[in-house]
Design a protein around this ligand. Structure first.
Ligand SMILES: C[S@@+](CC[C@H](N)C(=O)[O-])C[C@H]1O[C@@H](n2cnc3c(N)ncnc32)[C@H](O)[C@@H]1O
Length: 359
């Protein structure tokens, strides 16, 4: 049984990948502070628990959420009791330890795999580039908080994911410092920039992955997996063809009956550039659009939340679990923008775990 700690857990793309691969595993803990992400995680991975009732003193639930830094003192009293209980339940069922800076190491069970896709805001090319230096107080410097956990628990495998800017420019020194640190405490690291378009998903999404293994030689073959691209027909929600469709006629010459993606920024700046592969989904950018060509006419469509969800390799079953409890589209788009394409994780885990040496 693979025991896993998903730090910065989001919707749990890591768990989705292990589930899809039928890897016998147990999530021994997660860590996140965003109420929307915490609830989404719980409704996706344990909808039964979330639909059961729970008797808990409201003041105990409030204190718990405040202690974990998930809700502030000011906000707690403005939040409805039902919402407090729902969030508390989500934390319990996902074994969420809350703010990574506050976690008591003694509360973390032993585990074999530690995943840490820490916040990218300060290193991403679309952010203010404040960097991730240790003790700098930036959100991306939360990376260094993982030291306490890794040193005390020494899991056999570690998996880091972040934007490709992590290995470039002014972030490069911090990245190298991190690898050196892992090396000093006994990990062999291998890293690569992987693009989800090589893992069967028609989304251009380049991300850095670092796989570390305790006391083993490097094994770069981890990342060798090319999967044939899924058709964009498989992504589009055919039942909802007119969703967000503008009637503008567009002067672009593409073949009849084809769907093509194009980039939002190109739309604004240069008119339309037609691409077969959709641009990177980002938390702050809702509105990827595609061109629909039927009956010889071209139209523009903003992708729906379901289509964006599928562009992350996520399943319709998981999407439906969120929709059943009325998750807003804007939240779903944000969760997608922050997450990891699950097919890429499957490729990594398949190789990482093939010798099954964690038992
Ligand atoms: C890039 S996202 C990771 C997404 C995740 N890998 C997934 O599968 O969806 C970073 C996550 O870190 C969380 N986060 C931010 N500050 C945190 C903190 N102090 N402690 C724990 N999690 C935090 C954010 O709420 C966000 O969900």
């Amino acid at each position: 049984m693979l025991k896993v700690f998903e730090a910065f857990s989001g919707v749990g793309a890591q768990k989705m990948a292990l589930r899809n691969l039928n890897v016998e595993h147990e999530i021994i803990a997660t860590s996140d502070i965003d109420p929307v992400a915490i609830k989404a995680y719980a409704y996706i991975h344990d909808p039964e628990y979330m639909s059961s009732s729970l008797n808990i003193d409201i003041n105990i639930a409030k204190k718990y959420l405040i202690d974990l830094n998930i809700i502030s003192n000011e906000k707690v009293d403005r939040t409805k009791n039902n919402d407090i209980i729902e969030l508390y339940k989500a934390c319990i069922c996902s074994k969420n330890l809350g703010d990574i800076t506050k976690i008591d190491i003694n509360n973390i069970p032993d585990h074999d795999l530690f995943t840490y896709s820490f916040p990218c805001q300060d290193i991403s090319s679309v952010g203010k580039l404040k960097g991730l230096q240790e003790n700098s107080g930036t959100r991306s410097s939360l990376l260094w908080e993982c030291k306490r956990i890794i040193e005390s628990k020494k899991p056999k495998f570690l998996l880091l994911e972040n934007v490709q800017n992590l290995v470039r420019g002014k972030n490069k020194d911090s990245f190298e410092q991190w690898l050196e640190y892992l090396n000093d405490i006994g990990y062999k690291n291998t890293w690569k920039i992987l693009d989800s378009k090589n893992f069967g998903i028609p989304q251009r999404r380049q991300r850095v992955f670092v796989v570390s293994k305790l006391e083993e030689e490097n094994y770069l073959e981890i990342f060798n997996k090319k999967i044939e691209m899924k058709s964009i027909y498989d992504i589009l929600d055919k039942s909802n063809e007119t969703y967000y469709t503008y009637t503008n006629k567009i002067d672009v010459d593409i073949n009849h009956g084809e769907y093509k993606f194009f980039d939002d920024r190109d739309w604004k700046m240069n008119g339309i550039i037609v691409n077969d592969i959709c641009s990177t989904q980002r938390a702050g950018r809702s509105g990827l659009k595609c061109i629909r060509n039927e009956n010889g006419e071209l139209q523009v469509r903003k992708l729906s939340d379901l289509e964006c969800w599928r562009l992350m390799g996520f399943s319709d079953v998981d999407y439906n679990n969120l929709k059943k409890v009325n998750f807003p589209s804007t939240s779903i788009l944000k969760l997608c923008g922050n997450s990891i394409v699950v097919n890429v994780l499957e490729g990594i885990f398949e190789n990482m775990l093939k010798e099954n040496t964690y038992d």
